[in-house]
Design a protein around this ligand. Structure first.
Ligand code: CP
Length: 302
């Protein structure tokens, strides 16, 4: 296993499979019992989160670790303390691993220079979110029996999506075919800028024909400093997964979304709540996958 998990590109197919197998063992109640007993994991969150933050918290406790939760709000970060000084302060308190979410791309890499324990990237700016990609791939394996050979279509605000980049990297490592779809303002012309062999399309109706997985991305209004499409209504009509489009998907095609969702924008509420949807499973699997990541990275390290 790697020392840190900063990027989905850090993982080989064998390492990702080891994480999936450990996650499956935890889901079945047969994983190693509390391998991190006596260790402390720091959850360092500079940006809001519901799923990632609470599932890392639950996962760390389930594998026996103590957890210290740190939010930028309510700490000396609001007085201007730097990441470096915050890291040195936390290091002096004695921690065994750090989970970090930060609004700046590259902050987890920077943190590895200030602490001597494993660092896990829980989402950095528009860059990467490797544990989201792991739980997404694990969910595909659970629902469809494999990842290799799947036709995965990732739809929407690719430009601002760390989920899209991490999924493109991990899924191609695992042998899936990945196509990015969205308006030209939000999808790169050349998909290989995200990961090798990734294709792009601006035509959702064509791209979803033959898809095994349709992964809808949230429109990230908070990261948009200009107009990337004329109106929400037009975006939704051209790139939203509504009931009409969902009805044309294959019988076994699954629909994914990392959350939080803009219901009625990138995905219709009826589709999000349908049997095709894996959205709730993704959240549940996130705990098992993060138990696996934490235990594999931290066990045996003192
Ligand atoms: N998928 C995801 O990262 O959700 P949160 O922002 O709620 O953690």
């Amino acid at each position: 296993m790697t020392r840190h998990l900063l990027s989905a590109a850090d993982l080989t197919a064998e390492q990702a499979t080891e994480i999936f197998d450990r996650a499956a063992a935890y889901a079945a109640g047969t994983g190693p019992d509390q391998p991190l007993r006596g260790r402390t994991v720091m959850n360092l969150f500079y940006e809001d989160s519901t799923r990632t933050r609470f599932s890392f918290d639950a996962a760390a406790r389930k594998v026996g670790a103590g957890v210290v939760n740190f939010s930028a709000k309510g700490t000396s970060v609001s007085k201007g303390e730097s990441l470096k000084d915050t890291a040195w302060t936390l290091r002096a308190m004695g921690i065994d691993g750090v989970v970090i979410r930060h609004h700046c791309s590259g902050a987890p890499h920077q943190l590895t220079r200030y602490v001597d324990v494993p660092v896990i990237n829980a989402g950095d700016g528009t860059h990467e979110h490797p544990t989201q990609a792991l739980l997404d791939a694990y969910t595909m394996r659970q629902r469809l029996g494999r990842v290799a050979g799947l036709n995965v279509v990732i739809v929407g605000d690719v430009a601002h999506s760390r989920v899209a980049r991490s999924n493109a990297l991990l899924l191609t490592t695992l042998g899936a075919k990945v196509t990015l779809v969205g308006p030209p303002t939000l999808v790169p012309r050349d998909g290989s800028v995200l990961a090798p062999a990734v294709e792009t399309s601006y035509d959702l109706d064509t791209a979803i024909q033959g898809a095994d997985v349709v992964m809808m991305l949230r429109v990230q209004h908070e990261r948009m400093n200009q107009a990337f499409f004329p109106s929400i209504r037009e975006y939704s009509r051209r790139y939203g997964l509504d009931t009409r489009r969902a009805a044309r998907l294959g019988a076994t095609t699954i629909v994914m979304h990392p959350g939080p969702m803009n219901r009625g924008v990138e995905i219709a509420g009826e589709v999000a709540d349908s049997d095709r949807s894996t959205i709730v499973e993704q959240v549940a699997n996130g705990v098992f996958v993060r138990m696996a990541v934490l235990s594999l990275l931290l066990e045996g390290k003192n």
